[in-house]
Design a protein around this ligand. Structure first.
Ligand SMILES: Nc1ncnc2c1ncn2[C@@H]1O[C@H](COP(=O)(O)OP(=O)(O)OP(=O)(O)O)[C@@H](O)[C@H]1O
Length: 640
């Protein structure tokens, strides 16, 4: 940090220098994005026919080395067009999208482009430097050495004016700094195409100006920069190389900002000298739908491009790269799976993500304290309630309730944490996964592994407290099995929590989870006390509840292979705990078997969570399923 500040003082600030590092890592040719007759509809029960057209046969071409703004009033279809061009939405789209004149290969295109979403989704509890280093490690791969990566990080940080907050934690950044960091994170691998959804929203005028300057700088690297913008300040309108104005799913202007006034004159919509052209055209299309029709006819729905010069040739000095590896890939027919791989290997991705998660976990002090005290206090309370019952024959039923309570503790604790926290994590994952930082498998494995040490640490602490306070037998094997049961029930519950957290938002998840847990708990204790008279159907149902295995497992650990308990009364019915095991329908059960069944549930829940995540992340798959489902429903509803 000090070093970079020193350097800034004595030499020309880096942001004024040519961007050597970024230029050096750019191995891709410039990319032009062209679209023709792009139409997109969604199901909407509120409109006639059940379908709503969001894009209506729009056309256009966004060139490399140019900063293009997609503008228009709210609801015009700007974000929809951006999502489609970026490949975020694919199903239900008609028309063609070409990359350098060739049909777009979505997976290869994702490798060429970065999408910066409207919400600044940035990993918390990392400094700007750490967040950038993680991005560089994941996005630049092993072909680039550590020194080169750091040089790129330095250059991007200075380019975006983030040097002052190099060591600031991301959660303490201002709105403008967060926005710049979102751009910086995606810029480290210098992608040829950058999409930005509303990059100026929520920024003040100075920040908007800085943001525009930044986008222009990136454009000068030969990048294709496409952003949506609601209504730019008049002073900045002319800074765009191309503007694409939309209204009600149509294109009403496509061309250079300077050509907008002559264009409106030709369409008999003279712009008064008191209005700025950008504001005026938006007012026009908002005030009267007929104007949309007139303007879209004049621009042939985007086919005509009103450029200052008919077709600006690429400025050779801007593009300094000779080798066009990825471009060649995109135009080759024999695409190998290697072409669409991630920049780093699976294990490197896993290692980097795990490192980041561990650091974030360590820094989340309040969460650590809460978990520590939750386990400690719960352990003391539960141990206090069942104090000294472990070998008391008059309390055998209490010991069984003790097993239920421990099971319930592990269940609620480890289900509810991911239910409440994972939906936020999914939002962050969305940005990084869509921009191809890493594979979902590497992320999911890292998430699973990162949570294990704390679960073991706190789980063993809780178990030891309740074991000692309840005065369970001092036998190492029994104590180890007791811990193993608790930890597997905890891990299994965590898997269930991930499945719920990956499927629902926080609100829905916190309603669904307790209902589901109540059901699993009811199945776990169903028929206890009725010996073996449980109906076969209910036996099958009970086998669906991992809590049943947990309960039987804990009971087996506590009651199996022990001498008769001490009885101080005249008669103790459950002096031999096996009598209770028989009454509860658990006689002859071995904790090992219960442990295996819990393991199966554990794997099952993780697989469900992974598939759900994959479904949520892969917009293509999700959109296709929704699209086909809607088509089937429509078919059935249509009168023959
Ligand atoms: N999945 C959907 N189902 C139904 N309508 C949708 C869907 N997605 C978008 N829309 C509608 O399509 C229209 C265009 O949406 P879009 O988000 O592209 O607008 P926009 O121009 O980006 O607006 P803003 O500037 O307010 O963000 C809006 O009227 C929106 O309500």
């Amino acid at each position: 940090m000090e070093k970079s500040e020193e350097a800034c003082e004595v030499v020309m600030p880096l942001r004024q220098q040519p961007l050597k590092q970024l230029n050096r890592i750019a191995k891709t040719a410039p990319v032009d994005v062209e679209f023709q007759d792009l139409t997109y509809s969604v199901t909407d029960s509120g409109v006639k026919g059940g379908w709503r057209q969001l894009l209506r046969s729009v056309n256009g071409k966004f060139r490399s080395g140019e900063l293009t703004a997609i503008m228009g009033p709210s609801g015009a279809g700007k974000s929809t067009l951006l999502n489609i061009l970026a490949g975020y939405v694919t199903a239900g789209v008609k028309g063609s999208i070409k990359i350098n004149g060739k049909p777009r290969e979505i997976k290869l295109f994702n490798k060429l482009s970065s999408y910066i979403m409207q919400e600044d989704l940035i990993q918390p509890r990392l400094s700007v430097r750490e967040a950038m280093v993680v991005a560089a490690n994941l996005k630049l791969g092993s072909k680039c050495g550590h020194k080169e990566k750091m040089a790129v990080v330095d250059e991007v940080i200075h380019l975006l004016g983030l040097e002052k907050c190099f060591d600031t934690r991301t959660e303490y950044l201002s709105g403008g700094q967060r926005r710049r960091l979102s751009v910086a994170l995606e810029l480290v691998n210098n992608p040829p195409v950058i999409f930005l959804d509303e990059p100026t929203t929520g920024l003040d005028n100075v920040a908007i100006k800085q943001c525009m300057e930044l986008l222009q700088k990136i454009t000068r690297l030969g990048r294709t920069v496409i952003c949506t913008i609601h209504q730019p300040p008049a002073s900045l309108f002319q800074n765009f190389d191309q503007v694409y104005i939309m209204a009600n799913g149509y294109c009403v202007y496509n061309g250079s900002p300077s050509q907008l006034v002559p264009f409106m004159s030709r369409a008999n919509c003279m712009c008064p000298s008191t209005s700025t052209p950008a504001d005026y055209i938006i007012e026009l299309v908002q005030s009267n739908p007929e104007n949309i029709h007139v303007l879209q006819m004049h621009t042939q729905n985007g086919k005509l491009n009103m450029r200052d010069t008919a077709d600006k040739p690429q400025q050779p000095h801007q593009i300094e790269y000779g080798v066009c590896e990825i471009y060649q890939d995109t135009t080759q027919t024999g695409i190998t799976s290697h072409d669409i791989e991630f920049p780093t290997s699976f294990w490197s991705q896993f290692r980097i993500i795990l490192g980041r998660m561990s650091l974030q976990l360590r820094r989340n002090k309040s969460m650590l304290y809460i978990q520590f005290f939750h386990h400690l206090i719960s352990g003391l309370l539960l141990g206090g309630i069942f104090f000294g019952t472990g070998n008391d024959a008059s309390q055998t039923i209490s010991v069984f309730k003790y097993c239920i309570s421990i099971n319930v503790f592990f269940m609620y604790t480890y289900v509810m944490v991911p239910v409440l926290l994972f939906p936020l994590e999914v939002q962050l994952l969305k940005r990084e996964y869509f921009n191809r930082w890493y594979s979902l498998k590497a992320y999911f494995l890292a998430t699973t592994v990162a949570s294990i040490p704390l679960l073991i640490l706190f789980g063993v602490m809780f178990n030891t407290i309740v074991y000692v306070l309840a005065e369970q037998p001092w036998e190492l094997e029994r104590y180890l099995w007791f811990n193993l049961m608790g930890i597997t029930v905890g891990l299994c519950s965590q898997g269930l929590g991930y499945s719920i957290g990956a499927s629902f938002n926080i609100l829905s998840g916190s309603v669904v989870a307790p209902h589901l847990l109540a059901l699993l708990l009811a199945l776990a204790v169903y028929g206890m006390g009725y010996r073996n008279s449980i109906e076969p159907f209910m036996k099958v149902m009970m086998s669906l509840s991992y809590l049943r295995f947990g309960l039987v497992g804990f009971s087996g650990v506590v009651f199996n292979n022990r001498k008769p308990m001490e009885c101080e009364d005249v008669y103790c019915h459950y002096k031999d705990p096996q009598v209770l095991m028989a009454d509860m329908g658990m006689k002859g059960t071995l904790p090992e078997h219960q442990f295996y069944f819990i393991l199966i549930s554990l794997v099952l829940f993780r697989v469900i969570a992974y598939i759900t995540l994959k479904y949520r992340m892969t917009s293509e798959l999700r959109n296709k399923l929704v699209h086909y489902a809607a088509k089937i429903v429509k078919k059935h509803n249509d009168p023959i």
